[in-house]
Ligand binder design. Structure first.
Ligand code: ISL
Length: 563
């Protein structure tokens, strides 16, 4: 049983292949580049590499628009390069998790090409085709089958001249939604999973997998104040058949496989109650989910409208998930991924206190119960970048938001300020390997500009400095492998009403940890009622405090241990 759940003691490292390492000088990262950097990942000590999509793709959404699920895009290499990566990982005791984008394909996938060709085509029903609204001229604004908006601006429906009908796309118009109601679609997707498992892959991260079951009536959604389109999410967030589908996927693909796997579902909008069902081992669906509550506390309904983070809300949210998934299910732990701004800039201080702040964020996250995810560059304390012009941005979400807002009369400078703070491109600048040209990422012209901080924030400098964020992350990862209380201990939040200190305990049998994080630029004493119990405790992570263990410097973190 515990062997099957190997991911409970694992730390996952996410690689965004476009931006990790370029081996051939075309300015785009590739598989051979990743393979050449495996010793770096082994030194960090991570157990699993999650690879964002590398399949053939028109790259409308950087590979999250897949045109062939069982091959490799020439930009990234070949199937043989993928085999080399798997071999290199396995030789170092690491595993590979592939990213599956099954809610939608590319509009250039042969399935969709067939589907759009005629209403009679056998694959017509593989996507969501609907006629326009009664009494309205098809193709005119407002004639869409319902009022849903797409996540990337504009309506969620595209009119197709060839057959005079609309297809649903929750993301870009080049990402048509697959129709999971059709069993042939599900069977084809399960075959894709078997293809990769047979190649030695150890698990999957499933993109927006809680969107795949939709209310087939596709009703209009509520238009929120200030919004333009209806909110369709009640009709596809954890839709009517989602548990049935994921259970079937487990039965058809995961259960019969001869090696233990891990499956993590990306689930925007998932509730704790639903997550308990998805990750309850007895239900045989998936192993863990990425939830989004804690990364939605610092903005209004739209991600572009930032508001200050209230630490009390962050603690309450994460603690609720810790407690809610304690007896069954399992948490995924993350601050960062390829869709989120850089954590040290977003939640802490990327100026004078950048190094202690990045270490403190790592300490707090990695001492929670669950499987931690490290996103490339996070282990360096990498910051948001600083693009000045809209031409610097590459992300379709950012570019579309800018175009739509400016067309609506918004001040372009205000929208640029929003992008600087929140754009997904903050996470997508090239991995800074050294202080040489293009940060050591490529010998060519990078597809997106490196973060200008690379002269100081780079992997070579971090590996050479024993006090770096990198070596701090290395120790946190090692701790998960050596200290059972980190993996299995229970969780108790302390000082929930403190607006600056993040404090909790973990306990397993006689071992107890006290985790301390100062989310402020002022030194602080931790006002614990039972302070005396901790005064002489061992400092497991961080520096001993001055004048005592319960005193933290600006943005400092510490873990104490007593047994
Ligand atoms: O990035 C977001 C907000 O800025 C999210 O709404 C994001 O679109 C959502 O989390 C789904 O993300 C996943 O699917 C998208 C893809 O663009 C993201 O990169 C991927 O992580 C569509 O495939």
């Amino acid at each position: 049983r515990s062997g099957e759940q190997w991911w409970k003691t694992a730390v996952v490292y996410q690689v965004y292949p476009r931006s990790f390492a370029d081996s051939d000088g075309d300015g785009v990262g590739d598989l051979a580049g990743i393979t050449s950097r495996l010793d770096y990942l082994a030194q960090l000590g991570v157990d699993v590499l999650w690879l964002s999509p590398v399949y053939p793709s028109p790259q409308d959404d950087n590979g999250y628009d897949v045109a062939d699920y069982t091959d490799i895009d020439p930009t990234f290499g070949t199937l043989a390069d993928l085999d080399d990566l798997v071999e290199g990982l396995h030789a170092r005791g690491m595993k590979l998790v592939m990213d599956l984008v099954f809610n939608h394909s590319s509009d250039e996938h042969p399935w969709f090409v067939a589907s759009r060709s005629s209403v009679e085509d056998p694959k017509r029903d593989w996507y969501w085709w609907r006629p326009g609204r009664d009494g309205m001229a098809p193709g005119t604004p407002g004639a869409e089958p319902n009022n849903w908006g797409s996540f990337f601006s504009g309506p969620a429906w595209a009119f197709d001249e060839a057959t005079g009908e609309y297809y649903l796309h929750l993301f870009s118009r080049k990402q048509p939604d697959l129709n999971w109601e059709n069993p042939a679609v599900r069977a084809a997707l399960y075959d894709v999973m078997r293809f990769w498992l047979d190649r030695g892959v150890d698990g999957f991260r499933m993109d927006v997998v809680n969107f795949v079951s939709k209310d087939t009536a596709l009703p209009d959604g509520i238009v929120h104040p200030g919004g333009r389109y209806g909110d369709g999410s009640p009709y596809f967030f954890s839709g009517p058949r989602i548990h049935e589908f994921l259970h079937e996927l487990h039965r058809e693909v995961i259960a019969p496989h001869d090696r233990p796997t891990m499956v993590v579902g990306e689930m925007p909008g998932v509730t704790l109650e639903e997550a308990r069902r998805f990750t309850d081992p007895a239900r045989r669906e998936i192993d863990m989910v990425f939830q989004f509550e804690h990364v939605q506390l610092d903005h209004e309904a739209s991600k572009w409208d930032a508001i200050p983070l209230d630490l009390r809300e962050l603690k309450a949210s994460l603690a609720r998930w810790q407690v809610g998934l304690a007896d069954r299910g399992w948490n995924s732990l993350y601050w960062n991924n390829h869709d989120q701004p850089r954590a040290v800039s977003r939640f802490a201080d990327d100026g004078d206190h950048r190094v202690p702040a990045a270490k403190m964020l790592g300490t707090v996250l990695h001492l929670h119960r669950g499987t931690p995810y490290v996103y490339q560059g996070e282990e360096l304390g990498l910051t948001n970048t600083s693009f000045d012009r809209i031409e610097d941005f590459r992300d379709i979400e950012s570019v579309n938001h800018y175009a739509e807002a400016v067309a609506d009369g918004a001040d372009p400078e205000r929208i640029l300020a929003q992008l600087r703070e929140r754009s997904r491109d903050n996470a997508r600048t090239p991995m800074p390997w050294d202080d040489g040209p293009q940060a050591g990422f490529t010998t060519g012209e990078p597809w997106i500009a490196p973060n200008p901080t690379f002269a100081t924030i780079n992997a070579r400098a971090a590996v050479d400095d024993p006090d770096s964020v990198f070596h701090h992350y290395r120790r946190l990862i090692e701790l998960r492998h050596t200290e059972p209380v980190v993996v299995h201990g229970d969780f108790t939040l302390l000082l929930p009403d403190d607006a600056h200190l993040y404090v909790f305990t973990r306990r397993l049998d006689d071992v107890e940890l006290l985790v301390l994080g100062n989310f402020s630029g002022q030194p602080r004493d931790v006002p614990l009622e039972d302070a005396r119990r901790w005064r002489d405790a061992e400092v497991l992570v961080g520096e001993p405090g001055t004048p005592d263990q319960l005193h933290l410097g600006p943005w400092e973190g510490r873990v104490l241990r007593r047994a």
